[in-house]
Design a protein around this ligand. Structure first.
Ligand code: ZN
Length: 340
């Protein structure tokens, strides 16, 4: 889920065969629900394996609490994998959900640029990854139909239908995974803090003494497109900088960043709304409905352009990040108005 390697890992993980499932840890009561296996190594493919040192059932149990808590939160509102391969290592600079074998691959403690985060921030990261698994479960029934539609209007040099669908949907995947983390933690900045409150984020100069006070102006994120701290703030649902109109897209090619204004909007008007905020399952399901409707509209619009689904038309559709957010926000309003 992290800002640097997640997109690559997420795409990579669907094509690389992961080592066959093998239970390393036997934690009473955690298999088969919520986990089908508990392993203490993560296979990144290409010979890269992350080995854990001291993961025990106590630490795994914290992860199980997150997974079971989200399952309980969703109730019957959305499908989710009831049993999932769980791989936990002690420290790593990323976390990912692997749809190819329905696995959560997470560190107990996130480490970015040699700065270890307090594990207290990790549950938001795990919740984000489990959020991916929920949307993946939904899309398993919708995706074949979408791929068939795309295939009919796909120009030769534009990639496979699955690649086009990935391009159209990946920013919604990150959006939804963050929504699950925010609903679960009830904190709009849970994911942002999971990333931002890391040493190098608050203190790029590298010395903790430079930024002892995190609220100090010089330690605040800057508006530079390459600044990872700014990408972290785009995950903060309550950060006013993300409001549509004033938001300056940081890195539109980053799927985690693209729908920042939609994050701000959905939190302000729905997820934090005192009248409905306790209906987490329905809020999550309605978010899925809005995503499905918006992706549907986007596919239809591209395929009806002269030339059909080709590179230029995809670029036209996905290139204007302000418009993408405006349209999705309109879709969110229409869908939530109907549901609540
Ligand atoms: Zn993610």
């Amino acid at each position: 889920m992290t800002l640097i390697r997640n997109t690559v890992l997420f795409a990579l993980s669907s094509i690389v065969a992961v080592a066959s499932a093998q239970a390393d840890l036997d934690c009473p009561g955690l298999i088969p629900r919520p986990f089908s296996s508990i392993e203490t190594r993560i296979d990144l493919g290409n010979g890269q394996i992350i080995e854990a040192k001291n993961i025990d059932c106590k630490k795994v149990n914290v992860g199980a609490k997150v997974v079971l808590g989200i399952q309980q939160m969703l109730g019957r509102a959305l499908p989710y994998p009831s049993s999932i391969h769980y791989r936990m290592v002690d420290k790593f600079d990323n976390a990912f959900f692997d749809p190819s074998d329905v696995s959560l691959n997470v560190p107990y403690q996130l480490v970015l640029d040699n700065y270890s985060k307090n594990p207290v921030y990790s549950p938001a990261v795990w919740a984000h990854e489990y959020g991916h698994s929920v949307l993946d479960a939904v899309l398993r029934s919708a995706a074949p139909q979408w791929r068939a539609i795309i295939k009919r209007k796909l120009a030769d040099d534009t990639g496979t239908p699955a690649q086009v669908l990935d391009l159209l949907i990946s920013s919604y995947h990150e959006f939804f995974a963050d929504v699950i983390a925010v609903l679960y933690t009830q904190k709009p900045d849970a994911v942002a803090r999971g990333l931002y409150m890391t040493g190098f984020m608050t203190n790029p100069e590298g010395s903790p003494s430079v930024c002892p006070n995190k609220s100090s102006e010089k330690c605040r994120p800057r508006n530079r497109t390459s600044d990872p701290r700014v990408i972290a703030t785009s995950r903060d649902f309550a950060d006013r900088h993300n409001q549509l109109g004033t938001w300056r897209g940081v890195d539109p090619s980053d799927d985690h960043d693209l729908l920042a204004p939609a994050r701000f909007h959905i939190w302000k008007y729905y997820l934090s709304n005192p009248q409905i905020k306790h209906e987490e399952g329905k809020l999550a399901a309605t978010t899925v409905d809005a995503i499905m409707a918006d992706v549907n509209a986007r596919i239809k619009r591209v395929m009806n352009l002269p030339g059909g689904i080709n590179r230029a038309n995809l670029q036209r559709e996905m290139g204007d990040v302000q418009r993408i957010n405006r349209e999705f926000i309109d879709q969110i309003d229409a869908t939530f108005k109907k549901a609540f």
